[in-house]
Design a protein around this ligand. Sequence first.
Ligand code: HEC
Length: 492
Amino acid sequence: MFKKVIKTLLVLIVLGAAALYMIMPTVNIPWRMLVGATLKETVMSQRLEFPEGFRLSLFVTGIKNARFMRETGTGDILLSSTNTGQVYVLYRDQDGDGRSDGNHVLLSELNGPHGLELRDGWLYVAEKDAIKRVRYRSETRQIEGDLIPLATGLPATRNHTKKTIRIGPDDWLYFNVGSSCNVCIEEDDRRATMMRMRLDGSELEIYATGLRNSVGFDWSPRDGGMYATDNGRDLLGDDYPVEELNRIEAGRFYGWPFVNDFGDKDPDFGDQDGGLVSRAINPVHGFRAHNAPLGITFLRKGRYPEDFHHDALVALHGSWNRSEKDGYRVARLSWGPDGAITETDFMTGFLKEGDVIGRPVDVLEASDGAIYISDDYTGSVYRLAYGEEGESMPIATLADTFIPVEQRETFAADTIARGQEIYETRACVGCHGIDLEDNAQSPLVDLAARKTRAEVIDILTSPPSSMPRIPLTEDELYDVTAYLLSASPSDN
Ligand code: HEC
């Protein structure tokens, strides 16, 4: 009797295993969990931390280079996918599961679309070298007619070419024009400034100067002032200078490239200022060096505990040139009665012990009262809603395709240098650009998180139809791959 039970059990186990084996290829994650493969997806949901009372869900994922967001009149979210040249419509969540109900590509083949704005039936889009608008109908989720250029020929070479746009309370359209370099004297006056124009593109002018790259800005509901993040210069050490939050006023000068931090002369350019140093306006707040603050949003709708009201949330994209990574979080700024600003963490866990599972870019407060956070590392938008029924969603699938830092290969410096030489002299640059990230068509950014060396070599030896096969020896293949896999992601 006892033997019979054991026997039946054994048969069942064998049959069960066989059945599982057969369905495994069709069920993605359970299969990997069964064999104990990298359980990154589980870790992900446990790692993200945010204030009590909020419910986290993965609104959307799988949108390459997810950058800036704007809400439409019907509660959908427009999202730019800068490196792919696309803008998406993410449908609002109507079934209450915290996820977008679907999406489609609204615009494509643009030149690095980044900032988005909506006003009076127009959708404004900032490309690298132009600002355009097109009729958008939120009820049908479609555009009508062609994109109309409002400003063209904007500076778009070398560094910091992405542009963010926002319409101010004064009905001017503001946008950042980043510096062409880390630190230098610019030849084009428009670089390292905040510019603005009327909504029809007229009266284009420089609004404020000395801003290395102010990727995010918003107007405070407290004092009406325009607050802009600004990324400080690199190569002055791990902890210097601060990344800035500036209160921008017309005609003012904010320091770059002559002044860093709170009024310090720049070691390279501080003496060439022509009297500007003394006129430089200090930041109103400093984030830790290299944290790369991007999008900023003041909370206006008040669907949270009262003490959040009129605070600002800032996406800190995270460092790339700091010996120990820092940033990779969403910070909260609170203003005291005396105007003093306090910074605390709002959402963390994207970075843990050097391992990165996300890079926040933009923060949006939508009319459903939820906070949306975009992440260009995993191509996702997270949704954090206060006081909603239900548990935070376990974020599965998301990091599944990502290779954990500890499993990535490292390469010797001379191998990487040889690889860079090959990359820069053997036609790659022609299509992919000298800056690995800053190329709209075929970005090679963060390759190490997505591909193993064997996979990259595969691509080079049997490339996609849109890429030619460039003859390389086995050694050259090794070197160029080492270069691609060790390239740092850029800061903003
Ligand atoms: C004629 C243009 C062209 C040239 C030259 C070229 N590529 Fe590509 N490459 C492409 C295109 C297009 C893609 C596909 C991009 C996509 O699908 O997002 C691609 C894809 C890749 C990918 C895969 C990227 C990914 O994210 O999966 C790698 C790696 C790559 N190229 C490396 C190289 C290297 C190294 C060289 C020089 C030896 C080179 N390419 C030369 C056009 C080019």
